[in-house]
Design a protein around this ligand. Sequence first.
Ligand code: C2E
Ligand code: CA
Ligand code: CA
Length: 723
Amino acid sequence: MENKTQKILVIEDDPNYFVLLNERLSQDHSLGFELIRSKQMQSGLERLREGDIDAVLLDLTLPDSQGLQSFLTVHQAFPTVAVIILTGSDDDELASQAIAQGAQDYLLKGSFDRDLLVKSIRYSISRNQIQAQLQKYYIETEASKRALQDRSERFRSLVSNIPGAVYRFTVGIHGEGIVEFISDMIQEVTGEPAESFMGKDLSHYQDLILPQDLPMVKEAFSKAAVRGESFGIDYRIRHRGGDFRWVHDQGRGMKSPTGKISYVDGVIFDITERTKEKERFNQLVSYDALTGLPNRELFVDRLNQVLTQNQRKKESCAVLVLDLDHFKRINDTLGHVVGDQLIKAVSVRILKTVYNTDTVTRISGGNFMVLLPNLGEHENAENAENVANKIMMAFKAPFHIDEHELFTTCSIGIAIAPGDGATSEVLMKNADAAMHLSKERGKDRYQLFSSAITNNSFEKLVLENSLRRALERKEFKLYYQPQFDLRAGKVTGVEALIRWQHPELGFVPPMEFIPIAEDTGLIHAIGEWVLQTACEQKMAWNKMGFTDLKVAVNLSARQFHYANLVDLITGVLKKVGLDPRGLELELTESTLMDRLEETNATLHKLKEAGMSISIDDFGTGYSSLMYLKTFPIDTIKIDKSFVQDVTTDADDSAITQAIISMAHSLKLDVVAEGVETLPQLELLRAQGCDIIQGYLFSKPIPAADIAPLLADGAAKKVLSGMK
Ligand code: C2E
Ligand code: CA
Ligand code: CA
């Protein structure tokens, strides 16, 4: 059994009775009860709203509420809290009415048998929990039953969610199978378009789909199909020069009310992709393959839990971001095998240094994160600093890897909740910022976030002030970076990127002022200007005949979560007179992972209005691939950090391949960002990437310079000039 304290709220006006109860129940700590008292219904309800009460002992005669109504008030407002009625010997009847309405038990006020009290409370709490779970279960199964009943709905969702060729046979009057439906993916398997199967006899399908050299399989399949039996085979086919592995997986047929088979559904999966994707997926969602540490997602989950608990207990926790100094140099000079072993050794050393209750994760390369869940009541920086010191000390001894004796140091950034951030996202971001500052200030040291910001704030203030005036003074400009479509061999889109020419400071990069604009709310005005300018430019390109060109605009988190976003964008589109289909919105993973429900609703509205959605910086956030399926998105942009080393780092090329495969199985386009060299382009092309964006093809440039790149054949000329 867990030894968590159970909080019991006693709503009772008689102080003597409470004192007696308290003596029996909470003086003995081993019982694990904590009693809290409210004298009236009103204050009792208020206390319940805090959400941490496990059970209520309720007196039915209170100054502000009487009788059965008292029970109903509590039970209806807090159905998951167990309620036990306290009653005098004379209102037995009332107590049993309350039980009939959902009270867990009743206790006679005159009786103070401790064992009886304890048992009653414990049983009531667990009974109530089971009831709540059952109720949830019923609601869920009812809902899924209803969904399953709608067969056509089910079939449609089957078709749209499965990365494979989905088919349906109907069984004709003579017992022959007829292809009623087959999805477009069949062309991938057989080379023949879906239409060529439709309405035809099974044998045509069989000839193309089943191995020629196995006549028995063919016969078994025919029988299974018309009898509506399930049928599965797993075989390799060679097609278009590739080596694919397919699983043919036919479900049981649906019977009509007369007992005859009316149709059979099946799917042909390409599991070449799926096995690869699954491996990658497993890594992404659970443990780091190299170190066996929990991955980022688990870490964030843990951190969120700790934050919620601590909020109640008014305790603080810390996040440490730790980065090996000069790790890249070790990798470059001694190779990845040694680099990987060093990372393993480092992770072991960190684990030995911290407590068992601390959580350690690896983010990438030599970058780790540590969660110290409990720093005590005050935001005790000292504890976190001690841990950072201990870790740095642990690095003083050399690491023995093969025949090498390696010395390495690390830089650590510390953020402490809630002062440095109350949410996991902010906390991790700030710990990371602190780590970077500790690198800037000489490496092999730690840096507290809280003292980091005070040092930067003056600079920020100056920027903030001039940022306020920048719009009026027309200091912003939009540049556009072309996106080259490898399939079409031409530029099919451009990304709008803001530029700020400050009169004294000169060019200020967006990475420096966008965060400030976010913090100060100036992002809304700036974002609207960007949107309007980009839309106007798109109109101009339309007039020049480049109607197929898409213009992508970046939306930062704060812009996206702004309540009126959809109205704002559709308003701008209307004002400019632009068809929404010409506009693409770029959002980062972390923006999307925030407030999932609300996000999904906003995305759907934007999609319905006709815009496309793309996920920016993909691979750097904390998103689970599963969520992607639920969002209505069109494009994934692989972050440039993966592209940078794609030709030299096996991990990175495995990641880009996994992202591309996964995106394609979800029918999304893939853009690779930051493509700077021809070998990168070739490798990404071989991996199936659809679109590239980066300095290789073009830097972000003024609008006027874009048009020449859009003309027929112009893009190809640029590329062939590079070969
Ligand atoms: P982003 O959305 O990831 O934009 C891509 C960044 O990569 C741009 O930096 C671009 O100049 C740079 N880049 C493109 N090709 C290459 C390459 O081959 N190599 C390298 N090393 N870099 C390349 P930029 O323009 O400095 O923008 C930085 C970030 O600022 C953007 O990242 C985006 O998050 C934000 N940003 C830019 N404009 C806007 C805007 O209008 N609104 C909002 N909300 N954010 C913006
Ligand atoms: Ca972008
Ligand atoms: Ca990006």
